[in-house]
Design a protein around this ligand. Structure first.
Ligand SMILES: Nc1nc2c(ncn2[C@@H]2O[C@H](COP(=O)(O)OP(=O)(O)OP(=O)(O)O)[C@@H](O)[C@H]2O)c(=O)[nH]1
Ligand SMILES: [Mg+2]
Length: 396
């Protein structure tokens, strides 16, 4: 998770002294190389002059040349041509240097430091430096709205500022941290919500097909069991083949009751049964599994509304795949608009190197991420906190 962004930020945060040392040793090496190339070039040129003299001498006697002598001249000309090659090598070096020069113009971090420590940071200079960060964020699946928010947050803290070079890195870093924190919502403690909430406390999980809803329910059930909180599972995906068996297997592995009916039955009726079961057996939590559905299918969204009407969930959790980037943001937005969501689980964060969705989804939907799915085992459910995000980005 955050592998690419973390590496990029780490490369910016290289201490200036380290960078300077690296630059100096690079320059030293280049100088040495140039000297070597220069020496070689000079020696070859001297040789060329000698050879040219010889050729001139031969030309003087051209009329009396034998076949062998003519061949010698041709060979000599070839040698002269070859001797000119180091000069073109020197030319290539020059273009390499040009590229290096371009790179040395700096990244987001170094450019900002340079500008902000020499004069009050202008909007133009900020925008110039921000471009580098903007590209990095977009390449890592951060949603456009979230990128704009980062820009606003950073610019409000930095434009018009001037500071000593020595304090600039820490201040810019702090501004970046704050910008990222401004995107995130710290989720309430789900355990506290359950403890202080109604009995039974009903949680419904939904999202499009195959995003990890059933697996996430099993993980949450496992977590509740570990905390000593009783729960029951509602097999309200009565549509997909083997969905009921899938939940039953989890239930039997975890030692948790699963309430189900036949395939094709009303998912709302199953949820109702599960809530009734919890009431009569004094079970604290009901976790409702639902069939994967596209938000574009009006009939499926209506079905979802009916389950919600009947089961009256205390929490509506949208489950989406972190790896799908901007797609999952759009899904969350659509589910929020149509049926409303209280929180989010982003699954498959373990295989998402970019992780931009984790940074963006709360800003776009204004809903907290409760958990990140980080694998296929029951224990692979990571409590989401702002602090963990900063840590994963190497900013804490
Ligand atoms: N790597 C990884 N795989 C996961 C994670 N969560 C779920 N999966 C896998 O994703 C696949 C689909 O998971 P399900 O829980 O069946 O997804 P679903 O949303 O219930 O699917 P439908 O009911 O068909 O809509 C399974 O192979 C899971 O093992 C996760 O956090 N990380
Ligand atoms: Mg499922």
């Amino acid at each position: 998770m955050f592998d690419f962004l973390k590496k990029k930020i780490a490369s910016w945060l290289k201490k200036p002294t380290e960078e300077k040392k690296e630059k100096q040793s690079k320059e030293k090496k280049n100088k040495k190389e140039k000297v070597k190339v220069g020496d070689r070039g000079r020696k070859k040129e001297e040789k060329n002059v000698e050879k040219k003299k010889k050729v001139e001498k031969i030309e003087e006697n051209e009329k009396t040349l034998t076949k062998d002598e003519k061949e010698t001249i041709a060979k000599t000309e070839e040698i002269i041509k070859e001797a000119e090659t180091p000069l073109s090598v020197v030319k290539e070096k020059t273009s390499e240097e040009k590229i290096e020069e371009k790179e040395e113009k700096g990244n987001f971090f170094t450019r900002l430091i340079k500008k902000i420590s020499t004069s009050k940071l202008s909007e133009e200079d900020f925008d110039g430096a921000f471009q580098d960060l903007e590209i990095t964020l977009l390449e890592n699946n951060v949603a456009l709205e979230a990128v704009d928010k980062i820009r606003d947050s950073l610019s409000s803290k930095l434009i018009g500022q001037q500071m000593k070079k020595i304090e600039a890195p820490a201040r810019i870093l702090e501004a970046l941290k704050e910008a990222i924190l401004s995107l995130l919502i710290e989720p309430p403690s789900i355990i506290e919500q359950i403890k202080n909430g109604e009995k039974p406390f009903v949680i419904i999980f939904f999202g499009i097909n195959g995003t990890g809803k059933t697996t996430s329910i099993a993980k949450v059930a496992h977590m509740l069991k570990e905390k000593g909180i009783s729960c029951v599972l509602s097999a309200s995906d009565t549509f997909r083949a083997a969905s009921i068996e899938q939940l039953r297997i989890h239930g039997s592995q975890l030692g948790i009751q699963v309430i189900s009916q036949d395939y094709g039955s009303d998912p709302a009726a199953v949820a109702f049964d599960a809530v009734q079961y919890a009431k009569t057996h004094s079970i604290k939590v009901v976790l409702i599994d639902t069939a994967g559905r596209m938000y574009t299918k009006a009939n499926l969204m209506k079905e979802m509304e009916k389950i919600i009407r009947v089961a009256k969930p205390n929490l509506k959790i949208f489950v989406g795949e972190s790896i799908t980037g901007n797609d999952v943001i759009l899904q969350a937005k659509k589910f929020e608009e149509t049926i409303g969501i209280d929180g989010i689980i982003l699954s498959k964060a373990d295989i998402d190197e970019k992780a931009g969705a984790i940074l963006s989804v709360s800003h776009v939907t204004k809903k907290p991420i409760y958990f990140l799915g980080t694998g296929q085992g029951y224990g692979d459910l990571e409590l989401f906190t702002k602090k963990t995000v900063l840590k994963n980005l190497g900013l804490e």
